[in-house]
Design a protein around this ligand. Structure first.
Ligand code: PLP
Length: 382
């Protein structure tokens, strides 16, 4: 092989790009667009969070911290987990991570061998697919169908001798489905019967509209790795802070892996996170009420047009079937070029969503309004 052929590793060469980022790149350089492509809250982080970060900067609290995060923050996270999620964890079992994505990465990094199989939702958040592939492991997909309320049937999962783990995401990106306690119990039972690890992606744990989500860890404490984030609840996407909850038996391995990848997260963000955890629940609920209002507004239009039957119970996304207007990739392009509205084609989330577009309702009211009228025009349903 010529030397230049090996300048980039085979793994890096073969990894897929995030379809969300690829979809967004079509809009780069265009002005005045409505942005519904990212789960990027239009609201500000709470004032107390911004003030805590400013104070940390002024007082030079911006140095390296312990890899796993400072003890005070880990204790505050353990308290939050008990209070909000019904999860019992010692501070020692909580790792402050580089966003929710960092928690997912550490979970896979301490778990996977080359050739292991991991069950992933289709449609699902695409970055976990490339994370699994980056460890030489093999993604196997289980379907989430709109006809079933985007809920999985764990009894039909393709579990084989090499299946090591399953990723569960409730509330879900991109479908907005929230799994009932009974479904989470069934998932725990199937995982337990087959000796699987459950990676429970709960980054939307506080953004639900009808029922509170059920955490996986209390149901299956021995083999659950739970992932949370500050990005969504507190609109802290760019602060890059999340946390992973792991059984005690994996603490040392997780610490080594975190040391290898990022040594510590940002101290400024950690100080802000402590303030975030002290934000009154009423303040969080008022932001959730804004997302609920946007969901209801969008559903009213889409239902009038016969485009939507399902009601997302959490997160802030809608999957809209645009197959009536042709190929969803082409509709996505036309939305940008003719209407100035950026969305994401469903294919970014899996083969089963190829006829759909995902809209993020974290966008502003104005941008959501523009997106809905653009859809109405392009689908000729108004
Ligand atoms: N998991 C899901 C389902 C997500 O939608 C996201 C972000 O959009 C993440 C994990 C990653 O969270 P973070 O932005 O904190 O890294």
């Amino acid at each position: 092989m010529a030397k230049t052929d090996r300048e980039i590793s085979q793994m890096a060469t073969s990894l897929p790009r995030s379809g969300i980022r690829a979809a967004a790149s079509l809009a780069v350089g265009r002005e005045g667009l409505a942005h519904l492509e990212f789960g990027e809250p239009s609201v500000m982080p709470p004032l107390a969070v911004r003030q805590a970060a400013a104070q940390a900067l002024l007082e030079r609290r911006m140095v390296y911290t312990p890899t796993e995060g400072p003890a005070r923050l880990r204790q505050a996270l353990a308290d939050k987990l008990g209070r909000v999620n019904g999860v019992t964890a010692s501070a020692d079992e909580v790792f402050v991570t580089h966003g929710g994505i960092g928690g997912l990465y550490l979970a896979f990094a301490t778990l996977l061998e080359v050739g292991d199989e991991v069950l992933l939702p289709d449609p699902g958040w695409p970055n976990v697919v490339s994370q699994v592939l980056s460890f030489g492991a093999i993604p196997r997909f289980y379907p989430l169908r709109s006809a079933d309320g985007y809920l999985p049937d764990p009894d039909s999962w393709p579990i084989g001798p090499r299946t090591r783990a399953v990723v569960v995401n409730s509330p879900s990106n991109p479908t907005g489905s929230v799994f009932s306690a009974e479904l989470m119990e069934r998932i725990a039972a199937v995982a337990s019967r087959n000796g699987l690890w459950v990676i429970s992606d709960e980054v939307y744990d506080q953004i639900t509209y009808d029922q509170r989500p059920t955490a996986m860890r209390p149901l299956y404490p021995e083999r659950t790795l739970s992932v949370y984030s500050f990005s969504k609840t507190y609109a802290m996407t760019g602060w890059r802070l999340g946390y992973l909850v792991t059984p005690q038996s994996r603490v040392d391995a997780t610490k080594k892996m975190a040391e290898t990848v990022y040594s510590s997260t940002s101290m400024v963000a950690q100080e802000a996170a402590l303030a975030a955890l002290a934000v009154p629940d009423a303040e969080i609920q008022s932001v959730v009420a804004t997302y609920r209002r946007r969901r209801d507004l969008a559903l009213t239009h889409l239902r009038q047009w016969g485009l939507y039957r399902y009601t997302p119970g959490g997160a802030f996304y809608l999957m809209v079937d645009v197959s009536g207007a042709g190929d969803a990739g082409a509709v996505h392009r036309r939305m940008i070029e003719e209407k100035g509205v950026v969305t994401v084609p469903g294919s970014a989330f899996g083969a089963s969503a190829a006829g759909e577009l995902r809209l993020s309702l974290a966008a502003s009211d104005e941008d959501i309004g523009r997106a809905l009228s653009a859809l109405g025009d392009l689908l000729d349903v108004r």
